[in-house]
Design a protein around this ligand. Structure first.
Ligand SMILES: [Ca+2]
Ligand SMILES: [Ca+2]
Ligand SMILES: [Ca+2]
Length: 230
């Protein structure tokens, strides 16, 4: 399997599908240049439980910004969320993020979509000089987001801002050398991530796949209701 990575894969990829994607890819390339703390695919898997726990804690933040408690954050609620977090994105950027993350297009950001949105904000938001340590004033969450960025950078071997099928195979083979099933697992994971089936995984696709792997996308509504009854 080794040796295939590095062959030109760009023929499958057109220009980025949106301005937001172009910005994401550029930000990811910058981050990639800083390196990653991940050493293997297993080291990413090992971090799943902690990431899962920290992301679930983010529900408190979600509820705070879901002002009418209807289980989704609408345009106006999101704008006020950005104001409160002192994230100075333009109206257009906020709208683009909203549209990119509202994947079932019901005009509301649900919990798993909110996590993806915040993580993209984390990636895109250039910290002001005086708050260089914190990009959003949410330190616990930000360290979790950094772990997710690190994981993506680890997978993106050629640092072009996308994870290709070959890169996924390489990342998994590095860890599970000699196991016959590893190629198949890599393919399966890749297909779960490549939402639009264009052969490349963006950071956004990676994040949505992640919320599915740790089960954040399906249990939320129930839990939200339970907590409200207390
Ligand atoms: Ca709402
Ligand atoms: Ca790549
Ligand atoms: Ca894709």
């Amino acid at each position: 399997m080794g040796g295939v990575v590095g062959r030109s894969e760009s023929f499958r990829r057109g220009p980025p599908e949106s301005k937001l994607e172009a910005k994401m890819v550029e930000a990811m390339r910058k981050r990639a240049a800083e390196g990653t703390s991940m050493k293997s695919f297993n080291s990413i898997i090992m971090k799943f439980p902690k990431i899962d726990k920290n992301l679930r804690n983010c529900k408190t933040i979600f509820k705070q910004f879901d002002e009418d408690s209807n289980g989704a954050i609408d345009h106006e609620e999101l704008k006020r969320c950005f104001e409160k977090l002192k994230i100075s994105f333009t109206e257009e950027e906020i709208r683009d993020l909203f549209e990119a993350c509202d994947i079932d297009e019901n005009l509301g950001i649900k919990f798993n979509e909110f996590i993806v949105l915040l993580c993209l904000v984390y990636l895109l938001n250039e910290p002001a000089a005086e708050q260089a340590k914190s990009r959003m004033g949410l330190p616990n969450l930000e360290s979790t987001f950094q772990t997710l960025v690190d994981a993506f950078v680890f997978l993106d071997k050629n640092k072009d801002g996308y994870v290709s099928k070959n890169e996924m195979v390489q990342a998994i083979n590095e860890t599970t050398a000699g196991e016959r099933s590893s190629g198949r697992i890599a393919m399966k994971r890749f297909e779960e991530m490549d939402w639009d089936k264009n052969g490349m995984v963006t950071f956004k696709e990676f994040l949505f796949a992640f919320t599915r792997w740790v089960g954040i996308d399906d249990v939320e509504e129930e839990e939200l209701e339970e907590e409200e009854e207390e």
